[in-house]
Write a protein that binds this ligand. Structure first.
Ligand SMILES: Cc1cc2nc3c(=O)[nH]c(=O)nc-3n(C[C@H](O)[C@H](O)[C@H](O)COP(=O)(O)OP(=O)(O)OC[C@H]3O[C@@H](n4cnc5c(N)ncnc54)[C@H](O)[C@@H]3O)c2cc1C
Ligand code: FES
Length: 268
């Protein structure tokens, strides 16, 4: 559907987990935007009035979940934009542009492996909740903060979530080994792999996906400004496998052609 720009009321902002005395993880619940359709993996650009003149662009956040009651985004405070989002109060209004970009494919009867790194868990909340055959889903989640900082409850209710917390350097080796094993097994079953997370995580997934010829989609989190394909601030390079030969070996906007891409079609 064509993206819409709306002012949506904040229903509540719920902190998750605790790191020291400050909260860094929040679920932001907004009123339902009444979109006719959306796909997990799509995102919104959020801009509260408090951005003022200092922060001209909205900030991209994945759609965590959307129901008749509400639109939920989940975010980690990193810089000045997310700091201001963390100060929102019930009843405030936020400009929301969405749904934006291309989401993940959903093949209900195909064994599907979900791979999330850190905040890459966000689109899989909606994915798992919308999937009509959750017994075909399995999930591996690598994270650094304690598990209660992440929105895992509704995922745990529907599927088995295997999580690996990285606390010492050796944990990263375990995660990479598990990724290799799980992607290999999924390829053997002619399954589908879907991954979302930081760049090093996606590069590792892409390497194994290509090695084992696993059908794989990757969701990128490039920095964005306009979110609608106009500023060219978010581009990524395509391979000769890109579907439109005019754009093969070229640059495409992550915000409109992605953020979800087939692993063999982009260079990370
Ligand atoms: C399609 C998409 C979906 C996203 N979904 C989510 C989500 O669901 N939840 C969530 O918490 N975050 C998500 N992000 C990342 C989020 O947009 C950034 O964390 C946010 O824009 C940072 O804004 P800021 O003003 O707080 O930080 P800034 O002040 O702009 O930057 C602070 C620090 O964060 C780093 N940073 C900024 N943007 C990113 C980024 N995209 N990736 C990694 N580091 C970044 C900067 O390099 C800098 O070190 C998503 C990004 C994209 C592109
Ligand atoms: S953010 Fe402007 S083109 Fe993608």
């Amino acid at each position: 559907m064509t993206p819409k720009s709306l002012q949506l009321k904040v229903l509540d902002l719920v902190p998750f987990g605790q790191t020291g005395t400050k909260h860094y993880f929040f679920a932001l619940r907004l009123e339902n935007p009444n979109w006719e359709e959306w796909q997990p993996g799509q995102f919104v650009m959020l801009r509260p009035a408090s951005f003022g003149l200092e922060i001209p662009w909205g900030r991209p956040l994945g759609i965590c979940h959307l129901t008749h009651q509400h639109l939920i985004c989940f975010f980690q405070v990193l810089g000045r934009g997310t700091e201001r989002l963390a100060q929102l109060k019930t009843g405030d209004y936020v400009q929301v542009v969405g749904p934006l970009g291309q989401g993940f494919v959903m093949e209900e009867a195909t064994p599907t492996l979900l791979l999330a790194g850190g905040m890459g868990i966000v689109p899989f909340v909606g994915y798992v909740n919308r999937h009509s055959q959750p017994w075909n889903l399995s999930m591996l989640f690598g994270h650094r903060a304690p598990i209660d900082c992440y929105p895992v409850d509704s995922i745990n209710e529907r599927i088995t979530l295997d999580s690996l917390q990285e606390t010492v350097p050796g944990d990263l080796d375990n995660l990479i080994f598990s990724l290799q094993e799980r992607i290999h097994d999924c390829a053997e079953q002619h399954g589908l792999v879907l991954a979302c997370g930081p760049l090093p995580f996606l590069k590792t997934v892409q390497r194994f996906a290509l090695q084992f010829q696993a059908r794989t989609q990757l969701s990128l989190e490039n920095r964005m400004a306009c979110g609608v394909g106009a500023c060219l601030g978010c581009v990524t390079k395509t391979t000769p496998n890109w579907q439109d030969q005019k754009l093969a070996n070229n640059y495409v906007q992550v915000c409109t052609h992605g953020p979800v891409f087939w692993a063999e079609q982009i260079i990370l």
